[in-house]
Design a protein around this ligand. Structure first.
Ligand SMILES: Nc1ncnc2c1ncn2[C@@H]1O[C@H](COP(=O)(O)OP(=O)(O)OP(=O)(O)O)[C@@H](O)[C@H]1O
Length: 435
C-alpha cells in the first residue's frame, strides 16, 4: 500500500460507521488523487459507500467539458458521480462567491451521517494562513483550515491536510492519473494564485520547512482560541440571561454584567456569543459596540450587523433578526370566537375560552389605559415597563379592545378586564404547537 493510502486509511478510521463518504471532486489533481486512493482502498478494505460530487459553477468557457471528464474518471473507478449546478452570485470576488455557492450546494446535498471529503492539503493550509495574514486576520483566522467541521447535516473532513502537494503529485504521476488543469490557476490575477506561484516558492527557498512552521503556528492559534473560548464561556455564565427569563428564547445578555468586564473581554464574549448568529464585524467596526454600550437609554441604540442587530432595551442586550426589527403592519382584526389567528408579519394569536362579544385586536398606539381591578386606570406604557417588556416587543403584542376600550393584552392575563375573565390570549412569533 502506498503512503498516501496508508495515511488515508488511518485518518478515515474514526469515520468507518458513517453512511457514506462523499468526495468533493473538482477533477483537479488533489481531489483526483483522493478519489483514486479511496477507490483502491475500497477494493481491499471495507469502507462506507463512496460517492463523488462535482459542483458545476459554469463560470469559465473551459469548464464546460469538466463534468464529462469527471464522469469518465468516476466510471473508470466505478464510483457514482453527482453533478450539482450552482448559480454564483455577482460579487467583487468571484472566487469567494464560487466557494460560498459550492459549500451551500454541498450542505444541501449531504444527508445525515454522511461525510464530505475535501482534498485540501498542506500547501493549501500555508496559502490560507498567508492569505489571511495579508488581510489582518485575528487568532481565529490563523487557526487555518480545520481538519473537520460539522455541517447542519453531516460533516466535512479534510484527510490530506498533512500531505504536501509534492507528495500528491508523486502519487498522481506514479498512478498515471489524468486531471484537469484549471487555466485560472495559471495566472497571478487572484491573490491566492499569486501567493502559490510567487510568494510561497520564494519563502521556501529561504525556509524549506516553512509549511510545517506555519502549521505549528496554526496549532498555537488553535490553543489560544480555545482558551479565549473558555474565558468567553465563563463570562457568558455570569452575564447571559437564563433561558427561563428570556422572552421567546431571544438571546440576551445583562448589560450591567457586561459593563463590569474589561473592553477586551466584552469583545471576546460578544464574538463568541454572536458567532452562531452572524458574520462578525471586522476590527474597524468594533467602535460601534462602545457607541451602543454607552448610548443613553432613551436613544434606543441599535448596532446593525450582517444577519441581524444588537439592541439595548432596559438593562439587557438583545440579538434580534430582521423579523423583530421591522414593526408589523397595522392590524384591524375582529374576533368572535376562540381559535388561532395568523397576524400579518407578526406570528400567531391563540384565543381560548368563550368570546361573548366581538373583540377588536390592534397593536399599541401609545396612549392606551387599562383598568386594573383594585388599582383603577393605568397607562399601558407604565405597565409594560413594570413587566420588563422590551421596547421592540411592545409594538407587537396584540391588544384586545371592547367598545374602543383596551380590555386585554396577549400573554398578560393579569391585565384582563374583569369582563374578560376566563379568556386566554397567547401571542407567539412562530406558529403555536396547538395552532
Ligand atoms: N467544483 C468543485 N466540485 C467539487 N469539489 C470541489 C470543486 N472545487 C473545489 N472542490 C473541493 O474543494 C477542495 C479545495 O478547493 P480548491 O479550490 O482549493 O481546489 P481546486 O484547485 O479547485 O481543486 P483540487 O484541489 O481538486 O485541485 C478541492 O480539493 C475539492 O475537494
Amino acid at each position: 500500500m502506498l503512503n498516501i493510502e496508508q495515511h488515508l486509511l488511518k485518518t478515515l478510521q474514526p469515520w468507518g460507521n458513517c453512511s457514506a463518504l462523499c468526495v468533493a471532486f473538482s477533477g483537479g489533481m488533489d481531489s483526483t488523487v483522493l478519489l483514486h486512493a479511496l477507490a483502491r482502498l475500497a477494493q481491499q478494505y471495507h469502507l462506507p459507500e463512496l460517492r463523488a460530487i462535482y459542483i458545476h459553477h459554469g463560470l469559465q468557457e473551459a469548464a464546460q467539458t469538466w463534468p464529462a471528464h469527471c464522469q469518465s474518471i468516476c466510471a473508470q473507478l466505478q464510483i457514482p458521480l453527482v453533478v450539482l449546478e450552482v448559480d454564483v452570485a455577482a460579487s467583487a470576488s468571484v472566487e469567494q462567491a464560487a466557494r460560498v455557492a459550492r459549500y451551500a450546494a454541498f450542505e444541501q446535498h449531504l444527508a445525515q451521517d454522511e461525510v464530505l471529503l475535501m482534498a485540501q492539503h498542506q500547501d493549501d493550509q500555508a496559502e490560507t494562513l498567508l492569505f489571511r495574514l495579508m488581510r489582518g486576520t485575528g487568532v481565529a483566522g490563523l487557526r487555518g483550515i480545520p481538519e473537520t467541521r460539522a455541517l447542519p447535516r453531516g460533516q466535512v473532513l479534510r484527510p490530506l491536510l498533512a500531505v504536501s502537494h509534492q507528495q500528491l503529485l508523486a502519487y498522481a504521476q506514479q498512478q498515471q492519473l489524468s486531471w484537469i488543469e484549471d487555466p485560472s490557476n495559471a495566472t497571478d490575477e487572484f491573490d491566492r494564485n499569486y501567493l502559490r506561484r510567487q510568494v510561497i516558492p520564494a519563502l521556501k527557498t529561504r525556509w524549506p520547512a516553512m509549511q510545517q512552521s506555519l502549521q505549528r503556528t496554526a496549532q498555537h492559534m488553535d490553543e489560544a482560541q480555545q482558551l479565549l473560548d473558555e474565558l468567553a464561556k465563563e463570562d457568558l455564565l455570569r452575564v447571559g440571561v437564563d433561558p427561563a427569563q428570556q422572552w421567546f428564547d431571544l438571546p440576551c445578555l445583562y448589560m450591567a454584567g457586561l459593563r463590569e468586564l474589561s473592553l477586551l473581554r466584552q469583545k471576546n464574549l460578544l464574538r463568541y456569543w454572536l458567532s452562531p448568529f452572524t458574520l462578525l464585524p471586522d476590527a474597524a467596526h468594533w467602535a460601534s459596540w462602545e457607541t451602543l454600550r454607552d448610548a443613553q437609554d432613551d436613544a434606543q441604540p441599535v448596532w446593525q450587523l450582517h444577519d441581524g442587530a444588537l439592541l439595548r432595551s432596559q438593562d439587557k442586550l438583545y440579538w434580534l433578526t430582521a423579523f423583530w426589527l421591522q414593526a408589523p403592519p397595522d392590524l384591524a382584526l375582529t374576533i368572535t370566537e376562540a381559535g388561532c389567528y395568523a397576524l400579518p408579519a407578526n406570528g400567531y394569536l391563540r384565543v381560548e375560552g368563550e368570546v361573548r362579544a366581538p373583540l377588536q385586536v390592534r397593536y399599541r398606539q401609545g396612549a392606551e389605559r387599562f383598568f386594573i381591578a383594585g388599582r383603577g386606570h393605568r397607562d399601558l406604557k407604565r405597565l409594560l415597563q413594570e413587566c420588563g417588556v422590551p421596547t421592540f416587543l411592545r409594538a407587537r403584542l396584540p391588544i384586545v379592545f371592547l367598545d374602543q376600550q383596551p380590555v386585554a393584552l396577549a400573554n398578560f392575563p393579569a391585565l384582563n378586564h374583569p369582563q374578560l375573565q376566563g379568556l386566554t390570549l397567547t401571542w407567539h412569533p412562530h406558529a403555536l404547537q396547538s395552532c
